[in-house]
Design a binder for this molecule. Sequence first.
Ligand SMILES: Cc1cc2nc3c(=O)[nH]c(=O)nc-3n(C[C@H](O)[C@H](O)[C@H](O)COP(=O)(O)OP(=O)(O)OC[C@H]3O[C@@H](n4cnc5c(N)ncnc54)[C@H](O)[C@@H]3O)c2cc1C
Length: 376
Amino acid sequence: MNTKPILVVGAGFAGACYARTLAEAGYAVTVIDSRSHIGGNAYDEIDHNGNRVHRYGPHLFHTSNEQVVDWVKRFGEWTPYEHRVDAQLADGRLVPLPVNRTTINTVFGAALSNDSEVEAFLRRLAVPCESPRNAAEHLYSKIGIELTDLFFRPYTKKMWLMDLEEVDISVVSRVSIRHDTEDRYFPNDKFQIMPKHGYTAIFSNIFDHPNITVRLSENFNKAMHEDYLHCFNSMPIDAYFDNVLGELPYRSIKFHHRTQESAADWKCSVINFTDARAFTRETAWYLLPHHRQPDGTGYSHTLEEPCDYRDNGLERYYPVKTADMRYQKIYKKYAELADELPYITFIGRCGTYQYLDMHQVINQSLMGAEKWLQRR
Ligand SMILES: Cc1cc2nc3c(=O)[nH]c(=O)nc-3n(C[C@H](O)[C@H](O)[C@H](O)COP(=O)(O)OP(=O)(O)OC[C@H]3O[C@@H](n4cnc5c(N)ncnc54)[C@H](O)[C@@H]3O)c2cc1C
């Protein structure tokens, strides 16, 4: 056992991966989190209706990375679950999302019957553009104006408070357009699983190690550096440096919960709203596997309303990526400042100012912890 302990700031997936790897290598690790719970944004709990609810929006685990799956399976049972999402059109009809052949046939009243017919159809709709500079030009060049303006324009506006013309291509290219009738949300991922007893139970098991101490409702302060060998920190990097180079903005979400007396007649657990109403999506929690307890009473739903993080108690969810990458340029300068400090490593979503899915955070953090150990 090394004498001086290591400090991990943040009990989300980034902090949990660092803490467990370093603890198993013989280091004493203290994990602090300003929140009153472990799990970061993946935290879930059983609500008053007896439904499991993810406090920070539905978290679907999907990856093709076998090492990541092997690692998370060490800490609890996982159950196969293939996520599907419907989008609600203005007239109330539900169509598969991401857009696939069924979606296109419904929207245009068409009868396209194979991939090549869909390809040819989209080619006719597309507005050619040799080198698209932003999300609007990219989408118009792929699927034309009507589908872009139906499925992407109002949604992007309420999600990012930006027009597609201001948004970077990478923000929309995450969403595929399919020529077949595949309707799974993550069709390319080999592993699509959910924790049988919830994410919080997985986190409890990750932190359950004699070398790990977890302290909740505790904020990081710089005086802590003196007591620790090294600090792995998942706090927002701009906040650590007191915003000296400017603020790194985030979009946030206000969650509105409601209870139904009976289960909704939905095919999918999530419905997205593509129109201009304030909400982006609604989740029916009890439609996710193992989310309704045997003694459940009501049926819990959550609506999501995007907002600026300053209007939501500084809850930082999605880093903002504009087409001119102005905030990523500021982040780079913060990262250069951080490189000069040998006693701290910024980790995770807010430490690296990147939107990262859980499997990506886990992969990066496990590799980061191993690298740090190898250098010692
Ligand atoms: C609405 C929403 C839906 C999502 N859905 C999915 C999904 O379906 N699938 C998927 O793979 N990923 C999803 N994600 C992404 C997922 O939440 C992240 O990949 C993951 O939470 C990142 O882990 P992290 O440890 O980097 O950050 P976090 O989980 O945010 O953990 C960071 C922790 O650090 C703590 N902290 C911050 N500052 C301080 C401080 N100064 N002092 C002490 N503690 C501090 C915070 O309280 C927080 O608990 C979603 C994210 C959001 C916001």
